[in-house]
Design a protein. Sequence first.
Length: 134
Amino acid sequence: MRIGELSRRTGVNAHQLRYYEAQGLLEADRGANGYREYGENAVLRVKQIRHLLGAGLTSEDIAYLLPCAVGEAPELLGCPELLAAMRSRLQRLDDQIDRLAQSRGVLADYIDAAERMGSESPPFHDADLEPVPA
């Protein structure tokens, strides 16, 4: 099938499909006319890619995982590459969550302090946050 048909059957636009191909996630043959020709398994592959992207995995992670993917959802077999990539991604997510939690705590402290100060603090210019002269 051509890229337009694959796009219609998966709901993924042609630009994204070409990106998946460039990342080595999707394979296409070239017809005599130069058009991409995808096999029937491309529909399943695109659905797998979309699910894995939805899990927050990068295209690089997905390239490692696809050989271990079975079914549309997909189910992932316990391939060593798969487990290493998922553990790495989970650690990156945990690190991001930790940084966001710290930022949130600091921001909440600033808000609390500002609320306690109330109208005692001098007004500020929005542009430069310098106190307005009295």
